[in-house]
Design a protein around this ligand. Structure first.
Ligand SMILES: *Cc1c(COP(=O)(O)O)cnc(C)c1O
Length: 387
């Protein structure tokens, strides 16, 4: 039996596409620069657990996660390499940074002092100062930095493993003046620290920075969206093409598939779904899919989105429901119940990518991907695909 025969909605993850993308990023950075693979938000909705095996195969140096909970899942799934926490940790949970052998960014002194108490003097906890350079999200203000540095001089339970920052305005524009100003600020703040703590690695680059600004690489880069096969934005694509002068291909890793649950013809003039918001003009072959907004298929796609059936685009009829949506398959020849439907991915010559859905609901591919329900079954696929 085909492994998916029992399923009505699932995610396929293309291991070859992922390797291609990670190798692409490897090829852009110097050999000694570390690659942190950012797998926060359930690996951008792809599924953290299936990605752990692929992280091992692809020889990424470090995993970047947001929370202790994600770090614990990565450990449980067998990742023994370095993990860096990118988000804050509740005070009552700080001891798990030690027990899970994590490194963490820090941006407040209480956390630093508490970690110093928790850390083993033989194997101090690696902390990474997150410097405020203009993003005004998480960060240490320049005026507070000397106190952090003084603390480290006497610390026994923590060691300064890294110095980092995050760009505010690098993916939304081809004008990198703000990014360059942040970078200059970072250098001004990090140079004196590096003299005192030469072991500390510097890291600033997200996907867009890796693709467009080599001066941001330092000792490690942190790649998220690009590894999953998406450009951070059209502006990044343009800026990268101008800089590199050769085409770079990124291949989407995730496909979301479902099967037609019901198929029937409804008479012309029928209303479809909640709110009677849609009415078909002609007799319509309508298919019902067992996918809804609770799965992460945005309700904003009601009457807007499309899916692929037998290589053709089929529009969504009416409102996306909690677990169900309806599509118009009148123009799809030979459509049958249990036909495979593509919500995200390619079929025949057609494809629907997260960027397409993002445009329709005025958001970014990151959000479309990250909101795909973690409860959908996920499968890693390798080798040539049969549609
Ligand atoms: C999410 C995140 C990244 C990755 O960003 P992409 O644009 O997905 O590459 C890098 N660094 C930090 C601190 C992040 O939060």
């Amino acid at each position: 039996m085909h492994p998916y025969e029992t399923l009505l909605s699932w995610i396929e993850l293309d291991a070859d596409a992922l390797s291609h993308n990670l190798q692409t990023f490897r090829s852009l950075i110097p050999a000694q620069t570390k690659l942190q693979w950012v797998v926060k938000a359930n690996a951008y909705g792809h599924g953290l657990e299936p990605m752990i095996g692929l992280a091992q195969e692809n020889e990424v140096d470090v995993l970047g996660v947001h929370s202790i909970e994600e770090a614990a899942r990565a450990r449980a799934a067998g990742w023994t390499g370095p993990i860096h926490l990118l988000g804050p940790t509740a005070r009552a949970n700080l001891d798990r940074i030690r027990s899970l052998s994590l490194e963490t960014i820090v941006f407040d002194l209480d956390t630093l002092a508490a970690l110093d108490q928790i850390g083993d003097h033989e194997r101090p906890i690696g902390v990474h100062f997150k410097l405020e350079t203009g993003t005004h999200r998480q960060g240490i203000l320049a005026e507070d930095l000397p106190e952090f540095a003084r603390f480290m001089e006497h610390a026994r339970g923590v060691r300064l493993a890294g110095i980092s920052m995050h760009f505010a305005n690098i993916e939304d524009t081809t004008d990198h003046r703000f990014a360059r100003a942040q970078l200059a600020r970072f250098q001004e703040l990090s140079d004196p620290l590096r003299k005192r703590f030469p072991e500390a690695i510097r890291h600033t680059a997200c996907t867009a920075a890796v693709l467009t600004m080599p001066e941001t690489y330092f000792e490690m880069v942190r790649v998220g969206i690009g590894s999953y096969g998406y450009w951070p934005s059209r502006e990044t694509l343009v800026a990268c093409r101008d800089r590199i002068g050769r085409p770079i291909s990124l291949l989407p890793v995730l496909s979301w598939k479902a099967r037609i649950g019901q198929l029937r013809t409804i008479p012309g003039g029928s209303y479809v779904g909640y709110g009677c918001s849609d009415r078909v003009g002609r007799a319509t072959r309508m298919a019902v899919l067992p996918v809804g907004y609770s799965d992460g298929y945005d309700r904003g796609l009601s009457r807007l989105g499309h899916v692929l059936v037998r290589g053709r685009r089929a529009p969504i009829l009416g409102r996306v429901c909690m677990n169900i949506l309806m599509i118009d398959v009148t123009d799809v020849p030979d459509v049958a119940r249990e036909d495979e439907v593509i919500l995200l991915g390619a079929q025949g010559d057609e494809s629907i990518q997260a960027t397409d859905l993002a445009e329709q609901i005025q958001t970014i591919s990151y959000e479309v991907l990250a909101r795909i329900s973690p409860t959908l079954p996920r499968f890693v696929i390798r080798g040539p695909q049969t549609a």
